[in-house]
Ligand binder design. Structure first.
Ligand code: KIV
Length: 265
């Protein structure tokens, strides 16, 4: 039975950590699922780590649906969450419901994630009323990169921290089933986690959240443009792949591959 939003809440109540990673295609989603992660986010970070874009803003709904379908096809146990891209929900509530609905109806996701605090409370309400579970996302929200002025830690001043705490409560009241906290001080994340009854999922938010997410390409060392401070790399796939591909080229050039072993008689 795949992981559900009820399992999110159950894990928080039982004090067990919720484990999440991103994935964007069939082979990587199969691996993440096989490794036993609770949920997979098909993040709009795919714009940067897969498409090579400067930021996530140009990613379209159709692209998100395309990637989410591949991930959902691969997964047996993890919950698949589709990320609402920039301008897929900001314009109007009906558009937000229609676009979020596509993740469940066309792509096989079980929930969506949406960036924003109090300003998207009505959106969360509208989606939840339409049976579309919502994971909210506050702190560093990459779709606001131009307003924020870069990818900076949020909630550092007393006023900014107060606003994030207020946002967290508004989001919970609006019906979100969980809240992603990105790049905020760990004590602030701890306070929000303790005050909310829905689980918090941290990325750059310290060890006290109810769960954790990172971008897969960061974890396996496949995105080299920059590595945020909050990332822990568990492998260096860029080097491993480069070594294999170089060896392949060299063996062709030297006449080592293909040999009789890889040939038909
Ligand atoms: O788009 C994404 O992958 C995200 C994660 C960084 C949480 O929002």
């Amino acid at each position: 039975m795949p992981f559900t939003i009820q399992d999110f809440l159950k894990k928080k109540k039982e004090g067990r950590k919720i484990t999440m990673l991103t994935a964007y295609d069939y082979p990587s989603a199969r691996i993440v699922d096989e490794a036993g992660l609770d949920a997979i986010l098909v993040g709009d970070s795919l714009g940067m780590v897969v498409q090579g874009l400067e930021n996530t803003l140009p990613v379209t709904m159709d692209e998100m649906i395309y990637h989410t379908k591949m991930v959902a096809r691969a997964v047996k146990n993890a919950m698949v969450i589709g990320d609402m891209p920039f301008m897929s929900y900001q314009v109007s509530l009906p558009e937000a419901v229609q676009n979020a609905g596509r993740f469940l109806k066309e792509a096989g996701a079980s929930a969506v994630k949406m960036e924003g605090g109090a300003e998207v409370a009505e959106h969360i309400r509208a989606l939840t009323k339409s049976d579309i579970p919502v994971m909210a996302h506050i702190g560093l929200t990459p779709q606001s990169v131009h307003r924020i002025g870069g990818y900076k830690v949020q909630g550092k001043t007393e006023q900014a921290a107060k606003k994030l705490i207020e946002d967290a409560h508004i989001i919970e009241d609006a019906g979100a089933f969980s809240l992603l906290l990105e790049a905020i001080p760990m004590n602030l994340a701890k306070r929000i986690t303790e005050e909310l009854s829905i689980p918090t999922i941290g990325i750059g938010a310290g060890p006290h959240c109810d769960g954790q997410i990172l971008v897969l390409h960061d974890v396996i060392g496949l995105f080299e443009r920059f590595v945020p401070k909050f990332v822990k790399q568990y492998a260096n796939m860029k080097d491993d792949i480069l070594k294999s591909v170089k060896l392949y080229r060299e063996e062709i050039e030297k006449g080592i591959f293909p040999s009789e072993e890889q040939s038909f008689k």
